[in-house]
Write a protein that binds this ligand. Structure first.
Ligand SMILES: O=C[C@H](O)[C@H](O)[C@H](O)COP(=O)(O)O
Length: 142
């Protein structure tokens, strides 16, 4: 799959571990995130991910900031984006099964790197259930 990823200064090490996992699984990754711990503004690094997903240039997106909130607020402004803030694996599963989320947002300062990698793997491996959830997802963009 094609996956775009973006992060601010809270997430370079998380991004690195996630990208290694994705490449090992054969995914094509576009990195829009900073690779430095120097302070930056998360909207600049999240918006390109949202545009890729919105325009169909990426199948899924991954965004990372300290709390996961600022960058998820940013990407959710783009049409067709459904970004989910995930802090445990079970939430990542539900974000796909119930919400058909197409971007996962990770709070780097409140989860570990192994947990973040596991959440992304789970997110990408979980299918949307459709049915009653499709009706609700359709209403999000009204
Ligand atoms: O929602 C925003 C993110 O958590 C940012 O990563 C955070 O605000 C950055 O904070 P600071 O500038 O204090 O590193």
């Amino acid at each position: 799959m094609k996956i775009s990823i973006g992060n601010d200064h809270a997430g370079p090490e998380y991004k690195k571990a996630i990208v290694e996992m994705l490449k090992a699984k054969g995914h094509e990754v576009t990195n829009y995130g900073t690779d430095s711990a120097d302070s930056v503004d998360y909207p600049d690094f999240g918006r390109p991910v949202a545009i890729d997903v919105s325009e169909g240039k990426a199948d899924f997106g991954i965004v990372i900031c300290g709390s996961g909130n600022g960058i998820s607020m940013t990407v959710n402004k783009q049409s067709k984006v459904r970004a989910a803030l995930c802090w445990i694996k079970e939430i990542a599963v539900l974000a796909r099964q119930h919400n058909d989320a197409n971007i996962i947002s990770i709070p780097a300062r409140y989860t570990s790197i192994p947990q973040a990698v596991e959440m992304v793997e789970t997110f990408l491996d979980t299918e949307f259930e459709g049915g009653r959830h499709q009706t609700r997802v359709d209403k999000i963009s009204c």
